[in-house]
Write a protein of this length. Structure first.
Length: 256
């Protein structure tokens, strides 16, 4: 009888430990363009620190509205652009003191070998075929893309050829699948395209700087766990992964 009691007690202990580990796993909402880099970093985080993080990827503006309007259970966020975070600040979900920039990016146009070659971004106006872009109402990549199109004087000449999509990865995949001749995406997306595709950088003077700010959700019970992961993003391991995926890193300081 004593042995049975000890066995039951031990099983109960293991169950609680398992539940505790699950309960300490924060959920971070992140920009779709960060998918490959963050998945690789999280794998290293588990190996090196024995901790894990869950992600929900998508267009930053869409994710921000899920949190602010529908109470989506995020513990932290890493978005592309500041505007999605402004929404969360104004709704009281995060504190402006907790916001820090961790990454920067560039904007590019990609196309397949079957499409006309571009010598400059403005040459897009003199080509034929569809142009895949992120929807400016759903993802900051759309804001940057439309800003570049307007500031370069190209927009009015190509507006009827634009295909707005949910996020920048959807724009990329539309080109890769052959459903669009051109796509405006991030330079970090170039890591997953083959040699059968060409690209040009869009001049930075045509759009606002592309930054990736991060913040913890104010009322999350796992703010400390989120902060530990954000601190890890400052490690050499994470920085090397970000560089390899085409991102430019900023100094990240979250310790308070």
């Amino acid at each position: 009888m004593n042995k049975l009691f000890v066995c039951v007690l031990f099983c109960f202990f293991l169950l609680n430990c398992s539940s505790g580990n699950k309960d300490s796993q924060p959920l971070v909402f992140a920009a779709a363009s960060l998918h490959d880099a963050l998945i690789e970093i999280e794998n290293q985080y588990r190996l090196e620190r024995g901790k894990s993080v869950k992600f929900s990827f998508g267009g930053s503006a869409h994710l921000s509205r899920q949190i602010s309007s529908y109470g989506a259970p995020a513990d932290g966020v890493i978005f592309a652009g500041l505007q999605p975070l402004v929404i969360l600040i104004n709704s009281g979900k995060i504190s402006s003191n907790d916001v820090t920039e961790i990454l920067q990016n560039r904007l590019v146009v990609i196309w397949g070998k079957q499409s006309e070659h571009l010598g400059s971004f403005q040459d897009l106006a003199f080509t034929a075929g569809k142009i895949a872009v992120a929807d400016k109402n759903l993802a900051p990549a759309g804001d940057y893309s439309y800003e570049a199109l307007h500031n370069s004087g190209v927009y009015d000449l190509v507006k009827n050829r634009l295909i707005p999509l949910g996020d920048v990865r959807s724009a990329l995949n539309t080109v890769l699948s052959g459903n669009s001749n051109y796509g405006i995406v991030y330079s970090s997306d170039l890591n997953i395209i083959g040699t059968e595709y060409d690209f040009i950088l869009i001049p930075q003077e045509f759009h606002s700087p592309i930054s990736y700010p991060a913040a913890e959700i104010k009322n999350s019970k796992l703010k400390y766990e989120v902060r530990l992961f954000f601190d890890y993003l400052n490690s050499k391991t994470a920085t090397d992964i970000f560089y390899r995926h085409g991102f430019m890193t900023s100094k990240l300081t979250t310790s308070k």
